[in-house]
Write a protein that binds this ligand. Structure first.
Ligand code: MTE
Ligand code: MO
Length: 386
């Protein structure tokens, strides 16, 4: 098994591990376009990248009793195509900021703010396929399995509730930004579960099972669970008691200005305002915001005084149907030079979604040993270079 060749890695990513390949997009790259180009899109692989011969590839869909087998062409030719713009975010995004000496070391890659991207996904609706095979009237969950396996019986997998599986926008996707999926992003087919954590959007999918049970893959029953703050050494009973994470939570981050160094390690960021900013006598701040389960972002606010007063950022977002806002919001705020202190100062951002969910001030109260779902206010400390 060999991984694909990857170009411009240093330019676009902070690499967290080479094999399996795990790389997050640098913050300034993230906010340079509303749609994240494929070569700049973060990669989260648990194992090697499977090599697929498209002529031999089959997608098996069943319920444990009977199984249908579809070729790539069967799937793409028989069903109507459907495109959505959806953010894909890892539940471990921003995990790095949850690590602290008092509460304990967190397991998993110490992502900064870049285990996230926003793309156009084209595929067929999972609902259409399940309906056409008569599999839409049974089961409580739909399980997905990929071609990346630790042992023949232990392949990457995950499951989602049947209600979500039958909803409008869950895809068996074959294109990302109007091109065939690349090997890193799941060629030839991946699941896209918009509004849910990235872990459920199974890549290289070759088996779909409608069942009364959740997937028994370790990534469903252990890894992607939100354990209580009190749990420091998880036991099986802790995992059994916690539900598998599904929807994303409301979150936001400041991505520009940012360092070319790993953001977790940058204490004070020195910035030189760019030409435009000097001309306008304003410093431009940019970031992203998103929520889960299709909820839209209502506002993003920025504070220069540790949260005493808040300023409204300008939003760039899509006009999406109610509870189907799958794409992120990009935001911009301009700070007049006159308001900028000369010594280092903090900028904080926080987002609110249309259900009035907002972000907690600190990661301390939401600490969990697996480091999932950190959505604390994001802060950077800036020093302006004259
Ligand atoms: N699917 C398979 N088969 N194997 C994986 O390792 N990683 C999951 C998900 N689907 C994974 C997978 C996780 S945790 C995330 S966050 C997303 O894929 C990342 O998708 P990307 O690499 O296309 O950005
Ligand atoms: Mo993830």
């Amino acid at each position: 098994q060999y991984d694909p060749e990857r170009l411009n890695i240093k330019e676009n990513f902070f690499v967290r591990s080479k094999r399996p390949f795990n790389a997050e997009t640098k913050p300034s790259v993230l906010v340079s376009s509303f749609i994240t180009p494929v070569e700049q899109f973060f990669v989260r692989n648990h194992m090697h990248v499977p090599f697929v011969n498209i002529n031999e590839y089959k997608l098996e869909i069943g319920n444990g009793k009977s199984t249908h087998s579809l070729s790539f062409d069967d799937l793409t030719e028989k069903y109507q195509s459907h495109t959505i713009t959806s953010t894909l975010a890892c539940s471990g995004n921003r995990r790095g900021a949850m690590n602290n000496d008092e509460q304990g070391t967190i397991r998993g890659a110490p992502w900064y703010v870049g285990a996230i991207g926003n793309a156009r996904w084209t595929g067929v609706r999972l609902r259409d396929v399940l309906q056409s095979l008569g599999l839409d009237k049974e089961g409580k969950y739909v399980q997905f399995y990929g071609l990346d396996c630790e042992t023949p019986k232990r392949c990457y997998g995950g499951s989602i509730p049947i209600e979500k599986a039958l909803s409008d926008d869950v895809l068996i996707a074959y294109e990302m930004n109007n091109e065939s999926l690349t090997r890193d992003h799941g060629y030839p087919l991946r699941i896209i579960v918009p509004g849910s954590i990235g872990a459920r959007s199974v890549k290289w999918v070759n088996r779909i099972v409608v069942s009364d049970k959740e997937s028994d893959s370790p990534w469903q029953i252990f890894d992607y669970k939100l354990l209580p703050t009190s749990v420091k050494q998880p036991q099986k009973s802790d995992y059994d008691a916690a539900p598998a994470i599904q929807d994303l939570n409301v979150n936001s981050a400041i991505c520009y200005p940012s360092s070319t160094e790993d953001g977790n390690k940058v204490k004070i960021l020195s910035v030189q305002p760019n030409h435009n900013d000097i001309k306008n006598k304003k410093l431009t701040i940019k970031g992203y915001a998103l929520s889960g389960g299709g909820k839209q972002i209502q506002n993003v606010q920025v504070s220069l005084d540790h949260g005493k007063t808040w300023l409204q950022a300008e939003l760039e977002q899509l006009a999406e149907p109610h509870m189907r806002a799958w794409a992120w919001t990009l935001w911009t705020y301009h700070i007049p030079f006159d308001d900028l202190p000369s010594k280092p100062f903090d900028i904080i951002c926080r987002a609110t979604d249309t259900n009035a969910n907002s972000q907690p001030e600190s990661p301390v109260g939401i600490w969990n040993v697996l480091g999932h779902m950190n959505n604390a206010w994001h802060k950077i400390t800036l020093q302006i270079d004259e």
